[in-house]
Design a protein around this ligand. Structure first.
Ligand code: GAP
Length: 458
């Protein structure tokens, strides 16, 4: 098989999952657009997260906070001060790099308070662009995108695009708790865009400057935080494997003391075996303590405590935060689902097929309806089947090319089931359903089709 990352990137572009943004102008390296199949896949990932984290629980509620918030939020959260990456410049070609991404350089990760001297450049790393070894000292580069609110670009009107959704949750904590009347322990979940001016975006949709996060802030009584942290680590690992990621492609990694973000007491990453790096972060699960709520109380002058009506105690809850990237999730699901294999062809020989073995809950299209040909007698029957199925599942109607070619197209789009309408269907009112993974076929009456699909699809 060709390099997996190349194969997936090329499939993603060819089939309209993900392609470079504004490509007719040469693209923008860190921005990507989700095409027709990609938007379905990403929506399904987000829906699966929301269903598991919000809908199926009675202790989590949802929120959709603004991207642009009061700049005071970022003072209080510490992001203005410490949300930095170490930036170095090659003295020969003047390209800029994140120092800790240069081979052989050690440094704490983003958002960790540090001074330049903790970046060890003494190993004389090689410039990935020109091969020289002469770099400037590292300086802390703030990752937040800054803009101005209103018609005058005045420093007093400076605002920031949020680099995490979490702060919207913290500043709304009291409003959400009081309006939902939730008692601790309970969580507030949010899915939305975040922005980071990454020094070195790349590896397709792994590291972008505009990306989407799926973040839960779970508020617990201090003292119960460590047990809740462990529970959430387990639950989040289960979510990934339940949706089809192979267990041996995932691992947990504990952050070292020097690596912890400024707000964290303990962080455990769920890492995936991305092919371009040994292991890469998919989701971080942090114990943020009461850091954020306390800081917002301090900076806003407003009470951000929780009052427990049962014990009549008032306190700042601790926060357990499972925070995943929706785009990284899409990439991991695509990589894990991709396979190339030999399959029987109509000629009796075999041919190579590409399959995206996506979990049915994630598959962009659940059912493809395929008339055997464009014969005018077949079309009304096939349209009837499409109309029957489309109200319940995302469907594709495809009548272009040989049936074998159409099966291959649906296989590489990850469509779990194809329904074929042939000339016999006109007489016996039966259709053939073909399974993406086994390629097995079942013949069944049209009026049993919905029940049949119901048993196999979410
Ligand atoms: N609120 C905590 C927080 O934001 P994080 O580990 O910085 O923690 C959480 O981000 C997740 O967001 C990461 O595990 C990753 O999946 C995703 N993420 C972070 N930066 C990203 C980027 N530049 N591009 C794509 N996804 C990113």
């Amino acid at each position: 098989m060709p390099d997996l990352m190349d194969a997936v990137t090329s499939l993603a572009k060819r089939r309209g999952f993900v392609f470079p943004s504004s490509e007719i102008y040469g693209g923008l390296r860190s921005s990507w657009d989700y095409g027709p199949l990609g938007v379905e896949l990403k929506n399904n990932v987000k829906r699966a997260w929301w269903r598991r984290v919000v809908q199926l629980r009675d202790d989590v509620v949802g929120l959709d906070a603004a991207v642009i918030m009061s700049p005071k939020v970022w003072e209080a959260s510490g992001h203005l001060e410490v949300f930095t990456d170490p930036l170095v410049e090659c003295r020969n070609c003047h390209q800029r790099f994140r120092a800790d991404h240069l081979p052989g350089v050690h440094a704490p990760q983003s958002g960790h308070e540090e001074d330049d001297t903790t970046i060890d450049m003494a190993t004389r790393p090689t410039c990935p662009s020109c091969g020289h070894h002469d770099f400037t000292d590292a300086r802390n580069f703030n990752l937040m995108f800054k803009t101005h609110m209103g018609p005058v670009a005045d420093e007093a009107d400076a605002v920031y695009l949020r680099p995490e959704t979490a702060q919207g949750t913290f500043v709304d904590f009291v409003a959400v708790q009081q309006s939902s009347r939730k008692k601790i322990p309970f969580g507030i979940a949010q899915i939305g865009k975040s922005f980071r001016n990454e020094i070195t975006p790349g590896n397709f949709i792994y590291r972008m400057r505009e990306f989407e996060q799926m973040e839960l802030e779970f508020f617990v009584k201090p003292g119960t935080d460590e047990a809740w942290h462990d529970r959430w680590i387990e639950e989040r690992m289960r979510w990934w494997t339940d949706l089809g990621i192979q267990a041996d492609h995932l691992r947990l990694r504990e952050h070292g003391e020097e690596e912890l973000s400024h707000y964290s007491k303990r962080t455990v990453d769920i890492e995936y075996a991305f092919p371009f790096t040994d292991w890469g972060e998919l989701e971080g699960i942090a114990n943020r303590t009461d850091f954020d709520l306390k800081r917002h109380q301090e900076y806003s002058g407003q009470d951000t405590t929780y009052f427990d009506p049962d014990t009549e105690e008032r306190y700042h809850p601790y926060v357990i935060e499972p925070a995943a990237g929706a785009d990284r999730a899409v990439l991991a699901f695509l990589l894990d689902a991709y396979r190339e294999e030999e399959a029987p062809a109509a000629s009796g020989k075999t041919e190579r097929r590409t399959v995206l073995g996506l979990h049915p809950e994630l598959a962009p299209v659940k059912v493809a309806v395929l008339p055997l040909s464009r014969n005018e007698r077949l079309v009304p029957a096939a349209r009837d089947v499409f109309d029957l199925v489309k109200v319940r599942w995302m469907c594709d109607y495809d009548d272009a090319g040989s049936i074998g070619r159409r099966y291959r197209r649906q296989d590489e789009a990850g469509t779990p089931l194809c329904v074929t309408v042939d000339f016999d269907s006109l007489d016996d009112r039966q259709v053939t359903v073909r399974d993406r993974d086994t390629m097995g076929q079942d013949r069944l009456p049209m009026d049993k089709l919905t029940d049949y699909l119901q048993e196999r699809l979410p």
